[in-house]
Design a protein around this ligand. Structure first.
Ligand SMILES: C[S@@+](CC[C@H](N)C(=O)[O-])C[C@H]1O[C@@H](n2cnc3c(N)ncnc32)[C@H](O)[C@@H]1O
Length: 293
């Protein structure tokens, strides 16, 4: 019998996977595939197993650097420079938060509540990499999308992502949304969608180092109760969301009661806290009352 030897990229994946597994990573094979494919210049993953070729010396050195960065706790997506979000593969780096699966769910909630074929004016408040705004622009071409963030670096990344998908209609706005006067300059909205920073000071210390030491603090931390941006957004939205318009917002799983109360105080009705796919109470849904309600 002839012994089968593993060679080429397949061998690189196996070696990398073994090192990640030994260091306790939970999905070593899939991460190894992502790292080898990125080191090989963005080779589609299925081709890793379909070729006898190997990494060049430069690519091999790059892979080693990638593995060292991963072993030191840097998020995989910052190393490969890419994150999947709904239909998109977004460029990501330290300029903005890595978009999360929960936020894909937030978009899903919004799409169930607002008619997707007709026109609608929508604000993505705290757009970061542009994940929500670009998804909505691609999935609902009849909508007018505005996307705001206080971070010029995040907005620069969002614009790069929009260019990548040839999305030209989003209006990118640099603004501090905790400043109430900013809201006066926004148009009347059919939908306000937001994944704001919502981590409280107490929770900050419990975050995995992979998050707290690598992702932008200003994208995560929001004061003593994690409400420093949520509350101003609700106040601003109460002024700018049209009668019958909707607010959907991702929140921390312990914030539901407090955020629902704030939404009520801001004048919204039909307030619900909806669960994410894991069943955790993560989405505020609120409606601007019709005049006369
Ligand atoms: C949790 S991240 C969400 C990013 C992106 N929407 C996503 O879901 O991946 C929150 C975003 O809010 C932005 N932000 C923080 N404080 C802000 C403020 N006062 N005004 C506007 N944006 C703010 C941060 O820069 C960050 O991009």
């Amino acid at each position: 019998m002839t012994a089968v030897t593993t060679t080429g990229l397949r061998l690189r994946v196996e070696e990398c996977s073994a090192r990640l597994a030994a260091a306790g990573f939970e999905e070593p094979r899939s991460e190894a595939e992502a790292l080898v494919s990125a080191a090989a210049g963005g080779l589609p993953r299925h081709l890793l197993y379909a070729t006898e070729s190997d990494l060049t010396d430069d690519q091999h050195a790059r892979l080693e650097t990638f593995i060292q960065r991963r072993l030191a706790g840097e998020p995989l997506q910052y190393i490969t420079g890419e994150a999947a979000f709904r239909l998109l593969t977004l460029r990501v780096d330290r300029r903005a938060l890595i978009p999360r699966p929960e936020t894909e769910g937030l978009v899903e909630v919004a799409l169930r509540l607002v008619p997707t074929h007709g026109p609608a004016t929508v604000l993505d408040a705290g757009t970061g990499s542009g994940a929500i705004a670009i998804s909505l622009a691609m999935e609902c071409p009849a909508w007018t999308i505005l996307a705001a963030d206080a971070s010029p670096a995040a907005l620069e990344l969002a614009r790069e992502n929009a260019e990548r998908y040839d999305v030209s209609g989003v209006e990118w706005i640099e603004a501090d949304l905790s400043n109430f006067s900013v809201w006066r300059f926004l148009p009347p909205l059919d939908l306000l969608i937001s994944n704001p920073p919502y981590v409280s000071e107490d929770e900050w210390g419990d975050l995995p180092v992979e998050i707290s030491e690598h992702e932008p603090r200003s994208a995560l931390l929001a004061g003593p109760e994690g409400l420093d941006l949520i509350l101003p957004i609700l106040d601003g939205a109460s002024m700018r969301v049209k009668p019958g318009g909707i607010v959907v917002m991702e929140i921390g799983e312990k914030q539901g009661e407090r955020v629902a109360e704030a939404a009520r105080e801001a004048g919204f009705t039909d307030i619900r806290i909806a669960p994410d796919l894991a069943g955790r109470p993560r989405y505020l849904i609120a409606t601007q009352p019709l005049r006369g309600d």
